[in-house]
Design a protein around this ligand. Structure first.
Ligand code: ATP
Ligand code: ZN
Length: 286
């Protein structure tokens, strides 16, 4: 039987949709009629395992799966022997310290001798050590945010994205322990065949990520303004310029980074660009 790359992804939860979408964007079609433990793929030598996110680092260390998609928070907390190969740009959140909104928190030493409830005891201990603070860590597995309200803790360390859960529980965020996002991890001893499959998969992931961060832009420009307008566009190499049917006008095509996008649009308009169209890019190979 030919070699397949076994990948572990979260079976349900916050990383599930984006993990499946990434695979699909990479042209990896999940078979329907999914047996909810594992599924095969039609058009790529891959097998997908659906697991609890907490278990993924262990399975990858043990080579039950060759690679996995999981939050950095879980990778560092579980502290297994795996390599992080790529940040995936989704599942972004922070592991943060929060205290009651009535507390006068000024610095980390506030936590000295306090009780901290968390599902991330290792990361919290490392954070306290780094700041030379001694405190009592209470490891609990869920609903950490209610611990201060019921008198179980003076502070918590938990994952935060918008902060609305903290707010609803009368808490405020006071320190960031870790910025986290989903990453691709791999077993440390992949054989040559699996390494090659991983390279192929990574090539696709990078093309999808790059495309997500860029937009294709088309605009019309009067020829006398072309030089200024082209000067504003970075493009992959240099922009494409085509004559329009109307004399004295050209169509300009280029690629712009999402981060600079609004800035560039404003400048393009100022420089005399008209009929600006912006379209998403599906894949981008440099
Ligand atoms: P499982 O049943 O697989 O153990 P879970 O309840 O532990 O699921 P989820 O809440 O689905 O996990 O979160 C999975 C991951 O999503 C987190 O480990 C984290 O990396 C990421 N994440 C992104 N934003 C948030 C957030 N606001 N709160 C919690 N996790 C978040
Ligand atoms: Zn979990």
């Amino acid at each position: 039987m030919a070699e397949v790359l076994k990948i572990a992804i979260q079976k349900s939860g916050r990383l599930y949709d984006e993990s499946v979408k990434l695979l699909k964007d990479c042209g990896i079609g999940l078979k329907n009629g999914i047996n909810r433990l594992k599924t095969e793929v039609d058009n790529f030598p891959m097998e997908i395992y659906f697991l609890r996110d907490d278990d993924i680092p262990q399975y990858v260390e043990d080579a039950v799966a060759n690679v996995g998609i999981v939050g950095e928070n879980v990778v560092y907390e579980k502290n297994k022997q795996v390599d992080i190969v790529e940040k995936l740009g989704f599942g972004k959140c922070r592991l943060s310290v929060a205290v009651s909104k009535n507390e006068k928190y000024d610095k980390v030493s506030f936590l000295a001798n306090k009780r901290i409830a968390t599902s991330y005891p290792l990361l919290v201990q490392q954070f306290l050590d780094k700041n030379n603070v001694k405190a009592e860590i209470h490891a609990i597995s869920g609903s950490v945010e209610i611990a201060p309200g019921i008198g179980l803790a003076d502070a918590i360390v938990d994952l935060v994205s918008s902060g609305s859960t903290l707010f609803m529980n009368g808490l405020k965020e006071v320190e960031t322990v870790l910025d986290s996002q989903a990453v691709l991890i791999k077993n440390k001893n992949l054989d040559a065949a699996r390494t090659q499959l991983l390279e192929k998969f990574l090539f696709r992931i990078r093309a999808v990520k790059k495309a997500k961060n860029n937009k294709y832009i088309l605009l019309n420009a009067p020829n006398e303004k072309l030089k200024d307008i082209i000067g504003l566009l970075p493009g992959m190499k240099s922009p494409t310029v085509l004559p329009l049917a109307e004399a004295g006008w050209s169509s300009v095509h280029s690629v712009v980074d999402e981060n600079d996008f609004w800035d560039i649009i404003a400048k393009l308009k100022e420089a005399g660009a008209q009929g600006i169209l912006v379209v998403p890019i599906e894949k981008m190979i440099m």
